[in-house]
Each structure stands twice: as structure tokens, then as C-alpha cells.
Design a protein around this ligand. Sequence first.
Ligand SMILES: [Zn+2]
Length: 349
Amino acid sequence: MRAFVMTSLDRVGFADKPIPEPGPNDAIIKTTRALICTSDAHTVHGAIGPRENLTLGHEAVGVVYAVGSEVRLFKPGDRVVVGAITPDWGDIASQAGHSSQSGQPLGGWKFSNSKDGVFAEYFHVNEADANMARIPDTVPDEVAVYCCDMLSTGFAGAENAHIPIGGTVAVFAQGPVGLMATAGARLHGAGTVIAVDSIPARQEMARFYGADIIVDNSKVDAVETILSLTGGIGVDSAIEALGADITFQNAIAATKAGGTISNIGYHGAGEFVHIPRTAWGVGMAEKTITTALCPGGRLRMERLLRLLEMKRIDPTRLTTHTFSFNQLDTAFDIMDKKKDGVIKPLITF
Ligand SMILES: [Zn+2]
């Protein structure tokens, strides 16, 4: 089969690989749709260290091609979504409620990290019964594929932000995950959602996904503006969806005493992330900082699919480009360099 791989640091290309075999609890999926993620570009540029001939990608849906002898819930031909994070559910971290951290910190993240990813004609899924969900007939593959990571991560940002019903929320950065955090804040009962971004197309999309107020951080000081919008006290909840030191600091400064800063940004560079001392109430302002890696698992995927089935959200506005699998090199370059106003490139197989 063909696969799109990271040949070495900063280099990508196509490779031929054997179709993977399932272990007793596993499944092999024939890929139908995939999305490129900014974290695929982070990986290629060394954020998780060097890799050789590693198949890229972690966001894909497809049709079950083969299952192991112990798989009970799926059979060949089923249309399925597979979480970007595929935990080991028997691990002690999973039993403690942190399945994304199974095995080791971030250990649930296997695709294109500790094993081959999904940018291939076929890919392997561990613990298939726990890590896949059947796609409802009314939900097309190109919609369902947003469950893998974008909806799950963006919504986790809102869930972890402890948003009180009617509360105020600021979402820092309106990339695809930030936009889904904006939508998640609305779904989670926020009274006012403030979206911070400087790119006009993203500001418009933030409004589509439920932002009430746009703060253009290229024109105004985001923290001062958010403080003045909230009577000088700050928001109940801030969501950091960029992964930059300064954005994280701004999220802390824009949050009221007793509020929550929910980080879903991937801090892919630098040695430290800083906390502004006085805005943190010199360590005593009771501001909670939460962090999350995308949640996976069948229950999670089934809940996200329900939102799509009931049309609570349409994630396909994020699809700015569509390419076939054999154009993945072109698509990857556009995503890597953030050309042409790209948000999410969809790959068809
Ligand atoms: Zn992703």
C-alpha cells in the first residue's frame, strides 16, 4: 500500500509499506477521508524528536477492512471514526480517568508518534472495540472526520474551562481548534464568548461558530480589551488554543480571580511557559490552570457523532481545501507554510 511519511527531520514523501495485520483486539481500516493537522507539521520539524519513515497523520475515518479474533463490536464493511488518540484502556492512567496519558505522558497519542499514522491506504487501530465508533448513516465521512481531533480537542478546551452557565469566556486564537473551542463554549452555556484573533477570515469564522465579540490583537491590547469588556475583572474562563508563551500569559492575565485557564495549545517550542506573577495574584488568586490532550475512545466519539447527527454544529466550514491522497505532498506544504488562508485540508482516498 502507499503511505505518506516523514522520511527524516524536515522531509516528507510517499513510501510503499505492507498492509498492517491486526492483533486479536485490533482492526485494520481502509481509509476514506483524512485531515492534515498543524501538529503533523510540528512532528516533521522535530517537536517530538527525530523519526524515520514514519507514516504521518492522526485524523481519519474509513471502512473496517479486517478485525482480530477478539473484536466483538465491529466487522468488515462498517464505516468508522477512529480517535486521534487511541489509549490502552487497561492502563492505570486510563483507570484514573486520564486515558490520553496511558502508558506514559501523552502515551495515548500513538498515530504518527509511537506507531504509523493514518495517511495511508490502510491503517491499524489498537483495542478496536474501545477506540472506534460506527458513523451514523446520515453523517458523511467528510463531516465525521472532524470528530477525530478538532471537535474532541476544541470541546475539551471548553469542558475543562469550567464555564458557568451564562459565564464569560475568552478564546485565544481562532485556528481550527480555537474555532471548535469557541463553538464548544457556546454549546457549554457561555453567556458571552470573546474570540481573539487578528486574521479577518478567522474572525468571520469565529462569528459563525458563536463568538459574540471579536478582539483583534493586532490592533488592540487583548488583555486590556478583555478586562474593559468585563468591568475590569476578567473572564470566568480563558481557553489557550495557540500554544505560545505570550498567549498563555495573556490568558492568565485576562481571567478573573477564581477563574479557569484551559490550555489546549500545543507548546511546540521553547524551554519554558511563563506565568505573569502579579496577574496570577502572586500565586494566590485561585486561578486554576487545566491542560488536556485530545480525548479519545468510543464513548467520546459516539457523543461527538451525536452532535453531528443532530446538527448542533457544522464543522465543514473549516475545510478550506480538498486534495486527493496522491496530492498529499502539495497539501502538506500548504498546511506547513500556512499558505492560501488554509484552515483544514481534507484528503480524499
Ligand atoms: Zn490533529
